[in-house]
Design a protein around this ligand. Structure first.
Ligand code: NAD
Ligand code: TYD
Length: 336
């Protein structure tokens, strides 16, 4: 059995990963520590919550004492670090929490992981650390880090601390840098769920700038598979880019959603552009394909429909989030 500390496992990708991995394998004991910020939601973990090899801990990754205690109590040998403040717009409004969780929090987990001589530390990172591309080219693992937003700067800092731990102390560490994810359980502040939910409500769809910014989309389960592979087989000290070669302009996605939901394009509202808005992200994932044999399994055409249908069938999930009911309930239940 592998005793694994997963951080941020109540968020979008972390919860998809836990549900995916516990469904698939029985050689993982998972301890999930999550602060349950606005983005954390224990309902995402209903498929896993009663499994005997799953344990939830309400806590902050910056709490060194708690992390030490968890390593002792659960004899943890591995870490997959998902926990982060993840939304660019929020980081533009205020960067402090991004530095606290993404930089100091990651540093804390790295310190304790090193002390307990973990066998593998996987840092879940993002293609946004590379900055922005022009019309041509792709991010490779050799592209210099050039983050532009407070979010991506904090993630780049975390990556550098993880790399420093590998070089200085030989901490067995790998980094994955993935492109934009979509799928079930994504918090409705991100482009795709926000546009789906606004369309359902006949509310305006706020498209930043001219809508021509490009993102490279991947279905969340494909990302989870890449993380599993990098965790199991990744070479220590290496970075693996992950992406599904699906570049889309934002406006194309917005129109596709409206079209599928049979809503009028007059709902589109072009609004003031995001400050410092990165123009284009696009990932070269040939390294993880060629060295670890990873390939995305979901096509955008199918997985976007699967995603829209998921939001249509799970109105209770996002209604509770929108109305804030969920947060009040769980914060009361899990306080200390
Ligand atoms: P998310 O915002 O949905 O979830 C983050 C989770 O971390 C939440 O459950 C939150 O409660 C928890 N958390 C935040 N601060 C914490 C703290 N101090 N201690 C413990 N838990 C804390 O984010 P996500 O989209 O699931 O992203 C997960 C990871 O993947 C992040 O590291 C992000 O940078 C990275 N990533 C995301 C994308 C994407 O498209 N969403 C793409 C590439 C990489
Ligand atoms: P987002 O989902 O916030 O992801 P990221 O900024 O990490 O790529 O945004 C994806 C793209 O959609 C980005 O170019 C900004 C744009 N966007 C809008 O046009 N309107 C919106 O309301 C949001 C949230 C994003």
């Amino acid at each position: 059995m592998k005793n694994i500390l997963i951080t941020g496992g109540a968020g979008f990708i972390g919860s998809n990963f836990i549900n995916y991995i516990l469904d698939k394998r029985d050689d993982y004991n998972i301890v999930n520590i999550d602060k349950l910020t606005y983005a954390g939601n224990l309902e995402n973990l209903i498929p896993s919550q009663n499994k005997k090899n799953y344990k939830f801990i309400h806590g902050d990754i910056i709490n060194t004492e708690l992390i030490n205690y968890l390593f002792e109590k659960y004899e943890l040998q591995y870490v997959i670090n998902f926990a982060a403040e993840s939304h660019v717009d929020r980081s533009i409004l205020s960067s402090k929490e991004f530095v606290v969780t993404n930089v100091l929090g990651t540093n804390c987990i790295l310190d304790v992981a090193r002390k307990y001589k973990v066998k593998k530390f996987l840092q879940v990172s993002t293609d946004e650390v590379y900055g922005s591309l022009g019309k041509d080219g792709l991010f490779t693992e050799k592209t210099p880090l050039s983050p532009n937003s407070p979010y991506s700067s904090s993630k780049a800092s975390a990556d550098m601390l993880a790399i420093a731990n590998y070089h200085t102390y030989e901490l067995p560490m790998v980094i994955t840098r993935c492109s934009n994810n979509y799928g079930p359980y994504q918090f409705p502040e991100k482009l795709i769920p926000l546009m789906i939910i606004n369309s359902i409500h006949d509310k305006k769809l706020p498209v930043y700038g001219n809508g021509k910014n490009v993102r490279d989309w991947i279905f969340v389960t494909d990302h989870c598979q890449a993380i599993e592979l990098a965790f199991e087989k990744g070479i220590n000290g290496e970075v693996y880019n992950v992406g599904a070669s699906t570049e889309m302009e934002n406006i194309e996605i917005v129109k596709l959603i409206l079209n599928y939901l049979k809503k009028s394009e007059s709902l589109i509202e072009y609004v003031t552009d995001r400050l410092g808005h990165d123009r284009r992200y696009a990932i070269d994932s040939s390294k993880i394909s060629n060295t670890l044999g990873w390939e995305p399994k979901y096509s955008f055409e199918d997985a976007i429909i699967k995603t829209i249908d998921w939001y249509l069938s799970n109105k209770d999930w996002w209604n509770r989030i929108i109305t804030g009911e969920y947060l009040q309930y769980y914060q009361k239940q899990y306080k200390n």
